[in-house]
Design a binder for this molecule. Structure first.
Ligand code: C2E
Ligand code: MG
Ligand code: MG
Ligand code: MG
Length: 284
């Protein structure tokens, strides 16, 4: 009985395993071509304050695969990291981010905030990471303060001393540093003390809970600690007015999420900004 049960299980699992492996191989091969064949694109999601003023935006990577269609970064970033392709992809993302904000500035786009870019642990570990970032900004004539580097605690923990030193160096030049997905993974309050930070982003997993009627001591405390440390506190995944209102009541001042806007392709994001600016002029 046990044997047949075992075999039944195997028969159930094998096809999925094979599909997973095949998909993975497809992803890996595809990623190598994605860069060369311009299948990667940056989307932009605005970040607003409690008065709905745009205070920044986050660049989010999208990949349109010729066969698989649109592949989520949640699926391909891990593969890119395992294969090392993340280094060239990450460099491409940084370059595109800086190129975009430089272009917006030249074209008088109504965007005054900082543009956030996600940095992988593997990029942070590169000995020349700090030079790469500052060279890129210099090349595009972008003021460092207009760029926010989003790092995660997991990434920082790989080699805390080394990463702290690199981030300090970048912050001294004016780049902003944000701790992404705060509250998940290997969170420790001591990271807030040891890391050179300008901002924390409260993970969507915590923001989701705010919808319940019950008290939210964790979210409220995270917001308070960030405030006491003079950090900007951003709530991510704000997708309802109820969440936004509760977060405001808890003292949160910055919001990102579907309620404000989904991540948009560049042109759509620029239209969104222009619309915003126009309605602000009308109302005030
Ligand atoms: P993240 O940096 O925490 O980005 C936030 C994710 O939440 C994004 O998913 C965004 O589209 C999604 N999101 C924003 N608002 C809402 C909302 O209201 N509801 C829901 N359900 N989701 C919301 P996305 O774009 O799929 O990216 C997933 C993750 O992939 C990112 O998480 C980041 O860790 C990574 N990633 C994205 N772009 C890059 C990149 O250029 N480089 C690196 N290294 N990682 C990236
Ligand atoms: Mg992020
Ligand atoms: Mg995040
Ligand atoms: Mg997240």
């Amino acid at each position: 009985r046990a044997k047949s049960l075992g075999r039944g299980r195997l028969q159930m699992y094998l096809p999925t395993l094979q599909t997973a492996a095949a998909n993975r191989l497809k992803l890996e091969e595809g990623l190598r071509r994605a860069l060369a064949e311009a299948q990667l694109e940056l989307y932009f999601q605005p970040k607003v304050d409690a008065t709905a003023r745009v205070v920044g935006a986050e660049a989010l990577l999208r990949w349109s695969h010729p066969e698989l269609g649109s592949v989520s970064p949640a699926d391909f970033i891990p593969v890119a990291e395992e294969t090392g392709i993340i280094i060239s992809i990450g460099r491409w993302v940084l370059d595109k981010t800086m190129e975009s904000i430089a272009k917006w500035q030249r074209n008088a786009v109504p965007f005054e905030g900082s543009l956030s870019v996600n940095i992988s642990a593997w990029q942070l570990a590169q000995p020349d990471f700090a030079e790469m970032v500052s060279d890129c900004a210099r090349f595009h004539a972008v003021e460092p303060g207009r760029i926010t580097l989003e790092v995660t605690e997991t990434a920082v923990l790989q080699d805390m001393r080394d990463v702290v030193q690199k981030l300090k160096q970048l912050r001294e030049q004016g780049f902003r540093v944000s701790l992404d997905d705060f509250g998940t993974g290997y969170s420790s309050l001591s990271h807030l003390r040891d890391l050179p930070l300008d901002e924390i982003k409260i993970d969507r997993a915590f923001v989701i809970e705010v919808e319940d009627e019950t008290a939210h001591p964790l979210v409220e405390s995270m917001i308070a600690i960030g405030g006491h440390m003079n950090l900007d506190v951003v709530a991510e995944g704000v997708d309802s007015e109820v969440k936004r209102e509760r977060l405001i009541r808890m003292g949160c001042r910055q919001f990102q999420g579907y309620l404000i806007s989904r991540p948009l392709p560049e042109q759509a994001f620029l239209w969104w900004l222009a619309d915003r600016a126009a309605s602000l002029r009308l109302s005030g």
